[in-house]
Design a protein around this ligand. Sequence first.
Ligand SMILES: Nc1ncnc2c1ncn2[C@@H]1O[C@H](COP(=O)(O)OP(=O)(O)O)[C@@H](O)[C@H]1O
Ligand SMILES: [Mg+2]
Length: 410
Amino acid sequence: MSSPATSGDREKVVSKLPGWLRQNLKVRSAQHGIEIQSAVEQGISAWTALASGLDTVDTAGADSFATLLPPGQWDVFKDTAKQRSVSLTQGLAQAVQLWLDRNPAPDIERPVITRRFVVCNQKGGVGKTAITAGLGEALAEDSNSLHPVQIAKQLADADGEEDPLGVENLPGLGLRVLLVDFDPQCHLTNQLGASPLPMDGDSLTNHMGGTPKGDLRDLIVTIDEERFGDRLHLLPACNDAFLLDVRLSGVRAREAALERALAPLEAGYDVVVVDCPPSLGLSMDAAVYYGRRRESEAPGQSGPLVVVQAEDSSADAYDLLTNQIEDLRNDMGLDMDYLGLVVNLYDPRRGYIATSSLEGWMDIKDPRVVAIISERKEQKEAVRMKRALLAYAPKSQIAVGMRALAREIS
Ligand SMILES: Nc1ncnc2c1ncn2[C@@H]1O[C@H](COP(=O)(O)OP(=O)(O)O)[C@@H](O)[C@H]1O
Ligand SMILES: [Mg+2]
């Protein structure tokens, strides 16, 4: 059943393991950031060190499983299995189960202060809504399964080439996320298959304008896909937000209006992601204020995430936006950290304009480029299907990039 052969200083062994146990082993070792072979090694050491055998593990359907162990460990294991009168397959299954029992899934690390990501740019069509959705989805994905993530290597290359070696399967981040559709056009709401709120009911605009009709929590909907569990929620928009700037002009401390409205909801979430409208009005000030660094919050936890494109017209829009953010920061004495720039809709085949503007964004350094997301058909298809991108096309290159973005800033 085993066929030792050396590889480096470890010994290759081939045995059998049932599929479910192999899957649990794969996920759990990724959750602990260790290699499968190290987990098996630890399990076998623990198992051979036990005073007696363990309960029988169901090994029905076990098939071939190869791993690398320190020299000699497998011989000790075989002797122990013999003494305990169990088959090697049963012994290995017990050893792996023992490791799983002794190394439970780590707890999700939750921020003390709910993090606020303000996805903005007054330029329309750059991908704010797409990034808000993709980022929120990636933050909320199941931490007990593995999902393909683009690893940093590609960001450094920035050549847009698809590189299969740059993809790694990692556990989801498992965070509780509230997406806020803060754009009166209701794109985010529609894209995720929810309905815009009716004009005569309650809405975020009413809460910000000081005329709430109920509890904002009652307006929230769950994005119902298995991979998000009950962790991904949406506060839908209402067309009444077209009047928000007018409403805000009569409100006391209007910069704080979004914060006042959303603060009561924060306890249920690790991250709130705000999809901003394509404008630089009072509502934008309120969104930026919401992303300021709060007292006792560590730098870089919350703030504006600016979505840009690798083309020249994006640069002027960016200057206007950062001027407004700077003014607000100075006028109100705010601590403000940018989360970064996302270069979206990147297509190196567009040639010099694309590549040179990308370099321009990279040169800014503060805020730094935290992701380059290529133009991919799956994004538009997901919108058409009114489905979350990461559920519609979980393995697509764009989904893989959204997960990298989520990890980069979380
Ligand atoms: N990386 C991408 N690849 C393909 N299509 C994209 C990508 N990002 C955005 N889009 C599409 O481009 C259009 C504009 O994006 P959207 O997110 O609505 O921009 P904004 O919110 O800034 O106005 C939408 O149809 C969207 O689905
Ligand atoms: Mg939008």
